[in-house]
Ligand binder design. Structure first.
Ligand code: AMP
Ligand code: MG
Length: 437
């Protein structure tokens, strides 16, 4: 980091030997409508490195200036959105959710013009691959089936090598993408995170969380949570994400039609819903501290979420606090109870929950330990990011650093960091985050 070459390289002003930067072409379905050409309009792929473990990593500069795909854009990124991506990558990684990684961000004194004048910055992003659903779509819709095959073979050889010699390899590849996507979205739902712009160019072929924009962790539980200020119809609302995942996968299936049997692709698509539901229920069971699988668990969990919704209770805080639930005779769990508006309904639910816990010899102490390992104490609330951004605008990056550290270990109580687990102050509750980044 201290070497001038580092800044030169990742500030986009020098190349290392062997680097042949390129901008990738892709298209997408944007809010349900096909857009024939997008591509890296403000990012370049510096190259691919193989580390000592034999893993391949793309090095990607986001905000590096104009490319052939910049359309009307300036190719730049602003400090605000760069910090948001940098921090959320750390948060997701800490939570164990597959994501692209942010290696570093590079500041600049350049002014960038958005809805207002902003400070420019660049993000160095890393991922084993930046190939998106839209990378396949572009060749399908251009009827460039040879290119489509080249791309599919490349992705399979590099990232799904076990399928290299498999029969029906393209359909099997698609089946694995379905599986990764279903599991990824189940994790988003369980942690209460919304992507905000689930266009098909923002869907990673590796099932990584990709392209952080107006994303949001929920504060108060709200199934219909819309984090993207520009999403007027709520297409990408929190509770739509599982369905949108399937919708996007069907776009990818369409693009693979020249390579695979239609019936095989359809069969793969049909695995999505049951897989998603199984995965989501597994994660939610763990969140509420259940070990065994029993009939009626889904209803118990749904009713808990219903109570949270009705009380506008903070999702992260209440889930974490549920770990303190006592199953002792006569326990009323008063502190937890305070989060709910309708106390009678909470008591009813708590009685069912207690019976269910007792039913599997679930010891309170042991359950608590398990639950705090899956219910984060710290998430990247919008207002926390906002505070760090405001300081960074005054060239003070201490808050970015502090948040970055806290979020890397979100399940562990960190001394002196209590404030990062607080609910948002009133000003920070419904910050409008738009796509303009
Ligand atoms: P995103 O919202 O980051 O997923 O961007 C959607 C598309 O717009 C992508 O193809 C981006 O490369 C492109 N894009 C976003 N911002 C800019 C910009 N400032 N200049 C050029 N292209 C951009
Ligand atoms: Mg994108």
């Amino acid at each position: 980091l201290m070497r001038p070459e580092f800044t030169a390289l990742f500030g986009g002003s020098a190349l290392a030997t062997g680097m042949e930067p390129l901008a990738m072409l892709y298209s997408d379905h944007q809010f349900g409508v096909y857009v024939p050409q997008l591509g890296d309009g403000r990012a370049i792929l510096l190259g691919e490195v193989t580390n000592e473990r034999g893993e391949r990593w793309d090095l990607h500069l986001k905000g590096a200036g104009m490319t052939p795909f910049s359309r009307d854009g300036d190719g730049r990124a602003v400090l605000r959105s760069t910090i948001r991506e940098y921090l959320c990558c750390a948060a997701m990684r800490g939570l164990g959710i597959p994501t692209t990684q942010a290696l570093c961000l590079v500041g600049s004194d350049d002014k960038v013009y958005r809805e207002q004048v902003e400070t420019g910055a660049m993000l160095v992003r890393m991922a084993p691959s930046h190939v998106r659903f839209g990378t396949f779509e572009v060749f399908y819709y251009r009827k460039q089936h040879e290119h489509l095959k080249t791309l599919a073979d490349y992705v399979i050889n590099h990232h799904f090598p076990h399928l290299h010699d498999a029969g029906e390899k393209y359909a099997r590849f698609f089946t694995e993408v379905v599986e990764r996507t279903a599991k990824l979205i189940a994790q988003w739902q369980a942690v209460g995170w919304a992507h905000g712009v689930m266009n098909t160019d923002n869907m990673s072929i590796l099932g990584l969380t990709l392209d952080y924009g107006p994303y949001g962790f929920m504060d108060d539980y709200d199934a219909g949570f819309i984090c993207n200020h520009s999403d007027h119809n709520g297409r990408y609302a929190f509770n739509q994400q599982p369905y949108i995942g399937l919708w996007n996968l069907s776009c990818l299936a369409q693009a693979l039609l020249p390579l695979a049997e239609k019936d095989a692709l359809k069969a793969a698509l049909e695995t999505y819903q049951p897989l998603y539901e199984r995965e989501y229920l597994k994660l939610m069971r763990a969140k509420v501290g259940l070990v065994d699988e029993r009939a009626g668990d889904d209803e118990l969990i749904r009713d808990f979420l219903g109570l949270l919704q009705g009380s506008q209770a903070d999702y992260t805080i209440v889930c974490r606090e549920l770990s303190t639930f006592s199953t002792a005779d006569g326990a009323i769990n008063e502190q937890l109870r305070q989060h709910f508006l309708n106390r009678d309904r909470f008591d009813e639910w708590a009685a069912r929950y207690r019976d269910r816990l007792r039913n599997e010899c679930n010891r309170d102490e042991e359950r608590r330990d398990r639950m705090i390992r899956v219910n984060p104490r710290y998430v990247l609330r919008n207002y926390l990011a906002q505070t760090a951004i405001e300081k960074a605008h005054n060239k003070d990056f201490s808050e970015v650093d502090r948040l970055f550290t806290v979020l890397q270990d979100p399940f562990t109580e960190q001394p002196g960091m209590e404030a990062y687990a607080f609910p948002p102050p009133n000003w920070g509750k419904h910050l409008a985050i738009s796509c303009s980044s």
